[in-house]
Design a protein. Structure first.
Length: 354
C-alpha cells in the first residue's frame, strides 16, 4: 500500500510522515514545509470557514514560491485540510474544499458514522474524487464500520498515547494497527491504507509502525517542536523539559471542561501535561473555580508551564523523546532516515543471530 500512496501523492518519501491538523498550530507554513520535505502536511480547518479560506490562500502563495516545486497532480494542492466535524459547517467547508482541492481531507470526531459518509460523499462530488478521504479512528470495530459506510482512502489509527483529543478508551498502536490491518484484509478492505498515530516522534517509532503493518506515520507532538508551528515559546520549552511522557501527561475530560470546549461527542477526551489545573481538580477544586483561575493565567500570556502552571497544553507520551526545536523539514528527514537505519540494523541483527 505504501507504493500506492506514492502514486497518489507523488512527492512523498518513504515512509510517509504526516503532520496532523492541530487547531491554531498547523497553519500554512508548517503544512507546506512538511509536504515540501516529502511528507504530507495538514492545515487545521478550525471552526471558521473565512479564516480557513485565508489560510488556504496563504498556502497557495507559499507553494508557488517553492523551488523546486512540490510535484503534485494537476489542480490538486499537495497539502491536506483537517476538520473536527462536530464544530464545522458542512456547506461552508465543502465550498472551501472545492475552491482549493487539497490532496486529502482528514475527518475526525463525527457525531455518527453516517456523518462521515455524508462528508465523504460531498467532498468527492465537489472535487471530482481528486481529494482523498482520511478518517481518524481509535478502534477496530469503529474502523470497519467507517470503511463500510464512508469508504475512506486512509484510516488514521490513533492509539491511546496520542496527545490532544481522541477516544478515552483505545489501545496503543502496537496492538491497534496490526489488528485493524488484519481485520480490514479479512473483510476485503485491503485497499484501505492505515497510518499509525500516537506516541511516535522519531524514526524508531516509525520503523516499528511499519513492521506492525502501517503504511506511514502521523505525528503531532513532534511537530509542536518545529520552527513553523504556531506555538508560544513557553509551550515549546515545556516540550523540551518533559521526561517520562506517560507520567507527565494524562488523559482527561477535565481539559475540555476547563477550556469550555464542550461540544465533543461522547467518549472523547484529551491528553495534556499534568499541571496545577489537573492537580487541583483531583484534590476537589470545583470546575467553576478552576475555569476562572485558568482564564486568569491564559489572559497573562505565555507561561513556563510545569506543575505550578494552569494553562492546558496538549502533548503525547512520546514527548520525553523530544530534545530540540528544528525546522519541520529536518524532522521529516530525520524520521525517514532513522526509520530506514533502524529497520536495516534490526534485519542485520536478526541475521547475525541465526
Amino acid at each position: 500500500m505504501g507504493s500506492s500512496l506514492q502514486l497518489i501523492y507523488p512527492w512523498i518519501r518513504s515512509p510517509l510522515v504526516v503532520c496532523s491538523p492541530m487547531l491554531r498550530i498547523s497553519q500554512p507554513a508548517l503544512a507546506v514545509a512538511v509536504s515540501h520535505a516529502g511528507g504530507l502536511g495538514f492545515v487545521a480547518g478550525g471552526y471558521d470557514a473565512d479564516e480557513l479560506t485565508l489560510n488556504m490562500e496563504n498556502a497557495v502563495d507559499l507553494l508557488k514560491g517553492l523551488n523546486p516545486p512540490v510535484p503534485s497532480q494537476t489542480g490538486v494542492l499537495p497539502i491536506g485540510i483537517g476538520f473536527v466535524l462536530w464544530g464545522c459547517d458542512l456547506e461552508r467547508s465543502v465550498h472551501v474544499i472545492q475552491q482549493f482541492v487539497p490532496a486529502a481531507v482528514w475527518l475526525f470526531a463525527a457525531s455518527s458514522n453516517d456523518q462521515y459518509a455524508l462528508w465523504a460523499s460531498r467532498i468527492r462530488d465537489a472535487t471530482q474524487r481528486r481529494t482523498q478521504i482520511w478518517v481518524q479512528v481509535a478502534g477496530v470495530k469503529e474502523g470497519l464500520e467507517v470503511v463500510r459506510v464512508a469508504q475512506p482512502d486512509v484510516l488514521v489509527a490513533q492509539g491511546n498515547d496520542a496527545g490532544g483529543h481522541g477516544m478515552k478508551r483505545s489501545a496503543s498502536v502496537i496492538s491497534l494497527v496490526p489488528e485493524l490491518r488484519d481485520s480490514l484484509d479479512a473483510q476485503g478492505f485491503n485497499h484501505t491504507a492505515v497510518l499509525a498515530a500516537g506516541g511516535i516522534v522519531d524514526g524508531r517509532g516509525a520503523a516499528a509502525a511499519l513492521v506492525l503493518g502501517a503504511d506511514g506515520v502521523v505525528m503531532g507532538t513532534r511537530f509542536l517542536a518545529s520552527r513553523e508551528a504556531v506555538v508560544v515559546k513557553g509551550y515549546q520549552q515545556e516540550l523540551l523539559r518533559a521526561e517520562d511522557g506517560g507520567v507527565c501527561t494524562v488523559r482527561s475530560k477535565l481539559f475540555d471542561r476547563v477550556k469550555e470546549t464542550n461540544g465533543w461527542p461522547e467518549g472523547y477526551n484529551g491528553r495534556a501535561f499534568v499541571n496545577r489545573t489537573f492537580l487541583d481538580a483531583k484534590n476537589g477544586m470545583p470546575d467553576k473555580q478552576n475555569i476562572s483561575l485558568h482564564k486568569q493565567e491564559v489572559s497573562q500570556g505565555d507561561t513556563d508551564g510545569g506543575l505550578k502552571a494552569r494553562t492546558i497544553r496538549y502533548a503525547g507520551t512520546g514527548v520525553g523523546l523530544i530534545h530540540d526545536v528544528v525546522p519541520a523539514a529536518e524532522i521529516v528527514a530525520r524520521v525517514t532516515a532513522e526509520a530506514e537505519n533502524s529497520l536495516g540494523e534490526t534485519i542485520n541483527n536478526l541475521k547475525a543471530g541465526n
